[in-house]
Design a protein around this ligand. Structure first.
Ligand code: HEC
Length: 172
């Protein structure tokens, strides 16, 4: 190895070890804290736009799942309570229109998890939304019968419309 290159390498090693020695001692907890904070912050971009359309529609989807999920749990666990199930269905109906008006033009920005297809294929997005609304109508009719046997299919049908839409329009 040429002498000059060897010298240069050893100088780099010395500098590196000096750097790490300095970094590891008193600064370590601070550095760790900083790293953890940065990682946490990366996951949560704030929606700083006026009216917070992205955050608002995400909250609206959370409200939908908050009523929809316990209905599924009730069906799977076998502790069906007709009135409670009906009340949850009504709550789902009350929440189902929440997200859609917040998908305006120019609202494809972080922290959104929507795909660009929402704005590229607006007709298909509208269709997916209509399928979801129609499926919840059917679920309500079934819930009103209070007949446990009639609920699995329409519940699953609503679930399928969530998945169908997410397949194209939501990032994983
Ligand atoms: C017509 C399309 C469509 C339908 C139907 C739909 N979603 Fe979504 N959903 C989306 C899109 C798009 C997003 C991403 C929104 C964003 O991040 O801007 C989303 C996001 C979500 C989120 C994440 C919210 C967050 O905090 O980031 C949940 C939870 C969710 N949907 C649940 C559901 C459930 C449950 C159903 C059915 C009962 C459903 N969605 C039906 C399109 C749909």
């Amino acid at each position: 190895m040429p002498l000059r290159r060897a010298l240069r390498q050893s100088r780099i090693m010395r500098l590196l070890s000096l750097f790490f020695a300095a970094a590891m001692r008193p600064a370590l907890p601070l550095a760790l804290l900083l790293a953890v904070t940065l990682i946490a912050a990366c996951g949560e971009v704030e929606d700083t736009r006026p009216g917070q359309p992205v955050k608002t529609r995400q909250e609206a989807f959370k409200a939908i799942i908050r009523s929809f999920e316990p209905m599924g749990v009730m069906l799977r666990k076998g502790d069906y309570k007709a009135d409670k199930f009906l009340a949850m269905t009504e709550d789902l109906i009350a929440q189902r229109d929440g997200p859609w008006s917040h998908f305006g033009t120019d609202t494809d920005y972080p922290p959104t998890k929507a795909t660009a297809e929402v704005w590229r294929q607006p007709e298909k997005f509208t269709e997916a939304k209509a399928a979801f609304i129609a499926a919840t109508d059917k679920l309500l009719i079934a819930a009103q019968t209070k007949d446990r046997k009639q609920l699995d299919k329409p519940y699953q049908a609503v679930y399928d419309t969530c998945q169908d839409c997410h397949k194209t329009f939501r990032r994983r």
